[in-house]
Design a protein around this ligand. Structure first.
Ligand code: NAD
Length: 502
């Protein structure tokens, strides 16, 4: 079973392993030029294949294709866009197992999570497909002398730049609303996990998307990504990745006044008060940091626990952490797989010395996980005895690493929760309704879950404050980003226009 899925994933991408994976421009696969570079399999550390850093000419061709396709796609009736995007969703569902297996192979994510993530990709397409026919509708805002109404129109060709943690699902989240709005897209997936992006663009064309509407270029951030964000014909950049990359993209796009939407890093607190349902809180805290190999923007990477229950609660978490099943991502029993790349492994591992030097205790894990192969496996790790002043409490580690910190009371919990540069998500555990409401109000985060882990509901806004992002995804918020709003004022003929120069 395990090996059968890996073999099928290798089979799925076999065509792109015989030669470096190129780009998909104007409805066609473009092998072309550009410097090839290796893609590694996280579970084995072996070279899986190669992809190419797009040449400047290839990048320009992708943007030109998106520009040329824009007028017709923007003018395509919403009902037709809806039908095509539903077809994309149907094909994703048909190939969900295949897509999930490629994500396991390429991104090292565990089967138990990826099988659902591919289906979520299809749901993203369906959700925005259903809204395509009404995307242009605005508001009626009548005044005494004018009827004002607003309309929305797609902004133009947009860039979508995505990271490697859950590559397929995250790409659909951005690309589906852009296409539903009537924008054309140039997608640049992460260089460490390029394969599922190729499946998506091929599926979209099989579903009937016209050539040039959705293009995908591979390449490095500092070359291909940079050129894309600087290109004058790209009207907006939807970016998911690190905060410092978001800052670079803002600078790169400044000269051409790019609209930007950033979903960036996090150092999200899970705050556990002593009156909470502690068994459920343990489940949620463990799930939110150790699922997806800890490579999750909304992971609960800081565990803030009230002093009255700190020792017993943290002991329960430590017990669970030691029992997590680390192993082959294709094994349905595996709960934690390998990190994405040797460079990321080195970064995560470097925090063990940072923790010790800062005075924290490694209560679980702390070293390479042996016995799962030669890939980038790291033991699920728990730091205790930490405080907010330590780097392990401030910096995004983006691995299966949790930092536990005690707090005294509500005010202390809020102060500690907010004492980081980030503000993506926060999780609160309390059975005191008033306290839940007060803390939810006070915590600096774009999303707060009370007595829950991250359960995504597509109509709700997704995004962060502070260094965690700019803008929101989901529901109509996505259309606000991908569309321009126009106000039209029609006079009733009742007002008098000032007369000058008589
Ligand atoms: P990254 O910022 O290094 O790379 C993301 C993408 O940006 C890649 O495709 C990369 O090639 C590209 N890129 C890099 N430099 C660029 C540049 N100068 N110009 C244009 N493009 C450039 O991020 P990563 O390491 O791939 O992903 C992990 C990060 O993503 C974490 O910080 C995580 O929190 C964040 N993330 C955030 C969310 C969210 O919704 N807030 C979701 C997932 C991941």
């Amino acid at each position: 079973m395990t090996h059968a899925r890996r073999a099928s994933a290798l089979d799925t991408i076999s065509a792109y392993r015989e030669r470096p994976l190129g780009h998909f421009i104007d409805g066609q696969s473009v092998d072309g030029g550009g410097t090839p570079f290796d893609v590694f399999e996280p579970a084995t550390g072996d070279v899986l294949g190669q992809t190419r850093d797009a040449s400047e000419a290839e990048l320009n061709a992708a943007v030109a294709a998106a520009k040329a396709a824009f007028p017709a796609w923007a003018a395509t009736p919403g009902s037709k866009r809806k039908a095509i995007l539903h077809k994309v969703a149907d094909l994703i569902v048909e190939r969900a197992e295949e897509i999930a297996a490629v994500e396991c192979l390429d991104a090292g994510q565990c089967w138990r999570f990826m099988s659902k993530a591919a289906i979520r990709g299809a749901e993203n397409f369906r959700f925005f497909a259903d809204r395509a026919p009404d995307a242009a509708n605005g508001q009626a805002l009548p005044s005494a002398d004018h009827l004002n109404y607003t309309t929305r129109s797609p902004i133009g060709p947009v860039a979508v730049i995505t990271p490697w943690n859950t590559p397929f699902m995250l790409s659909t989240w951005k690309i589906a609303p852009a296409l539903a709005a009537g924008c054309t897209v140039v997608h640049k997936p992460a260089e460490w996990s390029p394969y599922s992006a190729r499946l998506l663009v091929e599926i979209a064309h099989e579903a009937g998307l016209p050539a040039g509407v959705f293009n995908a270029v591979n390449g490095l951030g500092e070359t291909t990504g940079k050129r894309l964000t600087e290109h004058p014909d790209i009207k907006a950049v939807a970016f998911v990745g690190e905060s410092k990359t978001g800052s670079a993209i803002m600078t790169q796009g400044a000269a051409t006044l790019k609209r930007v939407h950033f979903e960036l890093g996090g150092k999200n607190p899970v705050i556990v008060f002593d009156d909470a349902d502690l068994d459920k809180a343990v489940d949620a805290a463990v799930f939110m940091i150790y699922s997806l190999n800890g490579q999750r923007c909304t992971s609960s990477s800081r565990l803030l626990v009230q002093t009255t229950i700190y020792d017993s609660f943290v002991a329960k978490v430590a017990e669970r952490v030691k029992k997590l099943k680390v192993g082959d991502p294709f094994d349905p029993a595996s709960e934690v797989g390998p990190l994405i790349h040797q460079r990321h492994y080195d970064k995560v591992a470097s925090y063990m010395a940072v923790a010790k030097d800062g005075g924290a205790t490694i209560a679980a894990g702390g070293a390479r996980f042996e016995g799962a192969g030669d890939g980038y496996f790291f033991q699920p790790t728990l730091f205790t005895g930490a405080n907010q002043g330590m780097r392990i409490a401030q910096e995004e580690i983006f691995g299966p690493v949790l930092t536990a910190i005690p707090f005294e009371d509500e005010a202390d919990a809020i102060a500690k929760a907010n004492d980081v540069q980030y503000g993506l998500a926060a999780y609160l555990w309390t059975n005191d309704l008033g306290r839940g409401l007060r803390v939810a109000n006070a915590v600096e985060a774009g999303m707060v879950w009370v007595n829950s882990e991250n359960v995504r509901h597509l109509p709700t806004p997704f995004g962060g404050v502070k260094a965690s992002g700019i803008g929101r995804d989901g529901g109509d918020w996505s259309f606000d980003f991908y569309m321009e709003t126009k106000n039209v004022a029609l006079a009733y003929g009742t007002h008098s226009t000032p007369r000058l120069g008589l």
